[in-house]
Design a protein around this ligand. Structure first.
Ligand SMILES: NC(=O)c1ccc[n+]([C@@H]2O[C@H](COP(=O)([O-])OP(=O)(O)OC[C@H]3O[C@@H](n4cnc5c(N)ncnc54)[C@H](OP(=O)(O)O)[C@@H]3O)[C@@H](O)[C@H]2O)c1
Length: 384
């Protein structure tokens, strides 16, 4: 089509108005933000005629509810969106209009697509940062949409890039995980953890997965983990029990070659005692100690995690910071091969996100609490 006017599914009639979640200000914590600063607001009917030539208008069908979406609401995540903004880093939906210059091969009205969280939404910079996926509609640049892979649902498509890029960056780019090695994955029932289990198995590694719930770990095992260890105290008291003996027993007394640590705190400490000499310890995140930075976006790191230099020294460890997005900002060339590998695995049917929870948009608070309270296995989504 060569017309210079935007193309729309509703040229004969306006699109209906919708709803969007708005973070009006940072909270002291994510829960404080959820209680006092986050609400569901009306969203005016989008105007397809107002699209810039390179923009796409989506009717959102599904949006991932991520741990990072919560941490961003108190400004305690390393990347801050500026309130007011709409949360929801990754979403999927149907194209309802395109700008005049959008190549139909990229996105055409009626296409099922998903968003690239580094190019649009609250994890991105620039003008598309304020429009996340907890909404009926989103406007984003055509470069930030990809077709939903064949056989994938909208829910699966918006739980793909962030999680598997994290797994790829940590295990492959940083950890150099090899076939035949053993990797200990903490927080394995989480969004990143479930992806890491699948990627580690594709690489030919043996996976020992940890978590706090037998029921969740059963699902992790079904997704490929060779061994699972429940690290919760048997009497239900908070904290992490000693599990080094089990890991040593599973590795013939040697310890693991690689740790993928998404949990932090006491779990990290116990993992340091589970490793072989010369192991690689991958810092993924710290869900057990989320309040490292000050609340309300005041930055600083008064509660930073600390690792013991004695254990790192005696075990000859390599401790590797592994930020999947910051590393791309430093070197954009690392991203295309990792996305290409992930999309190839998808096409070959070798990876598929697991989604345990889905909620309508009006129940966004319940969805976010489910994520924060560790009820979710893999993905949690909102259906606007
Ligand atoms: N390196 C990167 O580039 C990158 C990218 C994305 C995310 N991250 C970070 O990685 C971490 C995990 O992210 P995610 O999206 O996978 O989160 P998630 O889906 O919420 O999963 C985290 C898992 O951690 C466990 N967990 C939660 N609270 C815990 C606690 N208090 N004590 C012990 N375990 C707890 C839970 O499993 P159990 O209930 O079974 O224990 C949960 O399934 C976060 O810190 C996030 O910021 C890093």
């Amino acid at each position: 089509m060569t017309s210079s006017a935007p193309r729309s599914a509703s040229d004969d009639g306006a699109l209906p108005a919708g709803k969007r979640v708005v973070v009006a200000a940072f909270g002291e914590t994510p829960l404080d933000a959820l209680e006092h600063h986050v609400s569901l607001a009306d969203m005016p009917a989008p105007d397809a005629a107002a699209l810039a030539p390179d923009e796409v208008l989506l009717s959102i069908k599904s949006c991932g509810v991520a741990w990072v979406d919560l941490l961003m609401m108190s400004g305690q995540y390393q990347h801050m969106a500026s309130p007011p903004y709409c949360p929801g880093m990754e979403y999927s939906g149907v194209v309802v209009a395109t700008g005049a210059a959008v190549d139909a091969a990229r996105a055409a009205v009626g296409d099922a697509v998903f968003s690239d969280f580094i190019l649009a939404g609250p994890r991105a910079g620039g003008r598309y940062q304020s429009s996340g996926g907890f909404a009926s509609y989103a406007v984003l640049p055509a470069a930030a949409v990809r077709r939903v892979p064949a056989g994938f649902s909208f829910d699966e498509a918006c739980n793909l890039l962030g999680n598997y890029e994290t797994a790829w960056h940590c295990l492959i780019a940083r950890g150099r995980l090899q076939a035949g090695e053993t990797v200990l994955i903490t927080g394995a029932s989480g969004a990143s953890g479930m992806a890491a289990v699948q990627v580690a198995k594709l690489l030919g590694a043996t996976v020992i997965a940890t978590g706090r719930s037998d029921a969740k770990l059963a699902v992790v095992r079904a997704h490929g983990a060779d061994h699972v260890i429940n690290t919760a105290n048997a009497d239900g008291t908070p904290g992490v029990r000693r599990f080094r003996d089990e890991v040593k027993a599973l590795t013939g007394g040697r310890g693991v070659d690689v740790v993928f640590d998404a949990v932090g705190g006491d779990t990290s400490l116990e993992c340091l005692r589970c490793v072989a000499f010369g192991a690689r310890f991958l810092i993924v995140g710290w869900t057990s100690t989320p309040f490292v930075a000050r609340g309300r976006g005041q930055r600083g790191a008064p509660n930073a995690n600390q690792l013991p230099t004695n254990l790192i020294q005696m075990k000859g460890l390599s401790v590797l910071g592994s930020p999947a997005v910051i590393s791309v900002a430093e070197n954009p060339a690392i991203r295309p091969p990792r996305v290409a590998q992930i999309m190839q695995w998808v096409a070959e049917g070798r990876i598929r996100p697991h989604i345990s929870h889905a909620f309508p948009l009006v129940e966004f608070k319940r969805a976010m609490l489910a994520r924060w309270n560790g009820e979710v296995i893999g993905g949690c989504v909102l259906h606007p």
